[in-house]
Design a protein around this ligand. Structure first.
Ligand SMILES: [Zn+2]
Length: 92
């Protein structure tokens, strides 16, 4: 569970950083949540075959690699959500 929280923090931080230089198509809460969720499931798939303890060890040792993976996952998620935003037709 520590892993999940860590990844979520990294993904949210990266999304915030990206937005400073390159605003996402839509800043609404729905799209932001979709981007974070998609990026996280993508990352989970990538790390799924690694035992959790090993992931944690790796995270501590090579935070940079994890961040690079997370950045890619976030950028892919932004593309997907931009093409098929789910906020359309939703009532606030
Ligand atoms: Zn939106």
């Amino acid at each position: 569970m520590a892993m999940k929280n860590y990844m979520e923090d990294v993904v949210k931080e990266i999304l915030r950083d990206l937005e400073k230089t390159q605003p996402i198509h839509c800043p609404c809460e729905r799209c932001r949540k979709d981007i974070v969720a998609l990026a996280l499931s993508n990352l989970r798939g990538k790390y799924a075959t690694t035992p959790e303890g090993e992931i944690l060890a790796r995270v501590e040792q090579s935070d940079r690699q994890v961040r690079t993976d997370a950045l890619l996952a976030v950028m892919q998620a932004i593309e997907i959500v931009r093409e098929k935003p789910r906020h359309q037709g939703s009532i606030k």
